[in-house]
Design a protein around this ligand. Structure first.
Ligand code: SAM
Length: 289
């Protein structure tokens, strides 16, 4: 590699050469632990024929590890001040393309079609900015992109939620979406001291292995996810209240559907397993049509 970007002194030298200062608003905490990026790249790139979509390359510390292993890497970076830094730090690689966009505004289907036509499979690998973790993960999954897996670093608490089992205390609405589209696991934890500047939270790297077909039969996905969000909307209240308020259904209708799937009317969302959530939404949908 051209620079040792895991050395904080070198990171500072490179950044000061370009007059760069960190933006808190863009979640700019750059990795400086020499073990983390190689481990993430190893987990993400399963063959030299793989393509990788990276979100937020920063100064390219993870990007370089991905470029060394994959056929092609496309990195989406919102901060245009980093473009000249990346042109320098990644100058030895000819399989990298930087896209200066907001990942949340991109048509990722078009991007994948255009950039990765010659790759065997496409993986997402990123140290995600904390402020958009859930929207990015949801976009990657809900858009039904042709991805094989998503290996991302997120805040430790977000990792716990994303990898939880629906029907347990750690679960939330986002857990149901993850479980529907993928199987999730935590790969390893990363302490706050592994970043510059150091954030005031710890992180973890997770893997979402995207399912070819969803695990449960759901008659209407949009309705299902609306219902799950409504059920979790007020965590201290019953699922019946949340679903009734959020879905425009009477409490009696929700109670009847809960009874039909074998649940008491006062059950909380966090106690309802994924399969039962799916059955519940199919019944409630039939009340609507
Ligand atoms: N990958 C680098 C690393 O591990 O050191 C940087 C990770 S840093 C946590 C997040 C990166 O995402 C920053 O470079 C930031 O500018 C970029 N970013 C923030 N919001 C973004 C967005 N909406 N779209 C694309 N990139 C974004």
């Amino acid at each position: 590699m051209k620079y040792n970007l895991s050395d904080p002194a070198i990171v500072r030298t490179v950044l000061s050469r370009y007059g760069f200062s960190f933006s808190k608003a863009l979640g700019q905490n750059f990795l400086i632990d020499p073990d983390v990026c190689p481990a993430m790249a190893e987990a993400a790139v399963l063959s030299p024929e793989d393509g990788v979509l990276e979100i937020g390359p920063g100064i390219g510390v993870l990007t370089a590890e991905l470029c060394a292993r994959a056929k092609k890497v496309v990195s989406v970076e919102l901060d245009r001040r980093l473009l000249s830094v990346l042109a320098d730090t990644l100058s030895e690689f000819d399989n990298i393309e930087i896209v200066n966009e907001d990942v949340l505004k991109l048509d990722l289907h078009a991007l994948l079609r255009e950039k990765f036509a010659d790759c065997a499979r496409v993986t997402v690998c990123a140290n995600l900015p904390y402020y958009i973790t859930s929207p990015v993960v949801m976009k990657l999954l809900e858009d039904r992109l042709p991805l094989s897996q998503i290996v991302v670093m997120v805040q430790k608490e977000a990792a716990e939620r994303l990898c939880a089992e629906v029907g347990t205390r750690e679960a939330g609405a986002v857990t149901a979406a993850v479980q529907y589209y993928a199987s999730a696991e935590t790969l390893f934890g990363v302490g706050r001291e592994s970043f510059v500047p150091s954030p005031n939270v710890d992180s973890a790297v997770i893997r979402l292995a995207v399912r070819e077909t969803p695990e449960f039969e759901i008659d209407d996905e949009k309705f299902f996810f609306q219902m799950v969000k409504a059920a979790f909307a007020q965590r201290r209240k019953t699922a019946q209240n949340g679903i009734s308020a959020g879905m425009g259904l009477s409490k009696a209708q929700v109670a009847a559907a809960l009874e039909a799937v074998g649940l008491p009317a006062n059950v909380r969302a966090e106690k309802i397993p994924m399969e039962t959530m799916a059955a519940l939404s199919n019944i409630l949908l039939s009340y609507r049509t």
